[in-house]
Design a binder for this molecule. Sequence first.
Ligand code: HEM
Length: 427
Amino acid sequence: MTQTQGSLARQITDYAHRADPYPIYAELRKTPVVHDEEGPYIVSTYWEIHGLLHDPRLSSEARNLDPEAAPELAEEDDPELPPSFLRLDPPEHDRLRRLAMAPFGPPHTPRRLHAMRGELTRIVGELIDGFEGRDRIDLVDHFSYPFPVTVICRLLGVPREDEPRFHVWAETLAASLDPDPDADAAERRRITRQARTELAMYLSELMEERRRAPRDDMLSDLVNGQGPEGRMSRVELLSTATLLLVAGHETTVNLITNGMLTLLRNPDVLARLRKAPHLVVPLVEELLRFDPPVQMLPQRTPLSEIDIAGVTIPKGASVWLLLASGNRDPQRFLDPDRFDPQRRDNQHLGFGSGIHSCFGAPLARLEAQIALTELARRLDRPRLLEDPPTYRRNAVLRGPRHLPIALEGLRPKASPNGSSNGSNGSR
Ligand code: HEM
């Protein structure tokens, strides 16, 4: 490439490329690992990203990052609220992840997600019923955002009606993942810290309530659970609950919105999905490859020098792993720029890989599968009103801020035995 590498980091985060960052990634892949003296090491090819995600020398801890290398991503130690396990290395990462997993999935709680399927379908049905009588909707505001927020609230036991309070904190924390080279690093740290503290104070009250009067939710189980490894300390509980609440609603919104955008750009696939709902399983995997909600992981750093693809990455350097670029690597995927909802060989990086691979993946998959199946089934002749749509600023958690869609009406809901009932708007 002719640009300096510093300008590459800037190009990746530049809002002008948000709607279609893929041509930049294609250029970057010509050099799997690129460095600029001032900037991060940018890794853009599948096998290099995969290798680094499985390399114990690559740390996720901010305190191992040389503050000079990435001032906007460096974090100050906060004894009141230590980092969540997303930003910890083993052995602490592994212990906290196991403790958080106990009330969420197998082997301790194999039924929690399964038991939620009916409720997820009901929430989706109600949100779509809300489109009745409208000829245009904003998919983000009316569907893709409220759905996962309602679900993560139910799962954790956070009152849904408090959403206006925690929405702002969650957005600030999501924005802090974005390595904006033009940001005022000190101001960003101040705002992030304040949002974390306020969210933690809010969750702390809730956890106290659940300690006194447990309910059937994850917060109650986390606070009161007592497994062979003990339980989390109070501050560990706060960091974990904060992580789950933010991760649970700033990511799935983009999977559903990116998914519907891709389906509306490929009406033949949308029509196929309407007739054959089982196609949704490989389709969601292909969406996670083709247009992933987490585009990159910009918060890694080597604990010691790492030689990779002819480059030596020094200890403490800032490393960006471009998951979305790895997903389009022709060395790994056949015809990678083609959206192929029946792709067989699809070990995408949409949920990361290795020890930090997405904890919430089973939930995110289920949410997206139910949401897209029902949208395909019930929206009558939907079409995009803006293409490309307006994107959020965030380059890491990437997705449209709005997705205006026109529709002719609603098809009826499926009855519990799978057949259609009612006749409103059917054709
Ligand atoms: C489509 C939706 C989602 C996507 C694309 C996604 C993506 C990811 C990715 C790429 C990572 C790896 C981060 C890293 O290696 O540093 C991750 C980790 C994580 N995700 Fe998700 N996520 C999604 C939904 C969720 C949901 C719904 C939850 C919560 C219920 C969740 C909880 C987590 C947690 C706790 C981690 C940290 C895991 C660890 O450090 O061991 N995610 N996610």
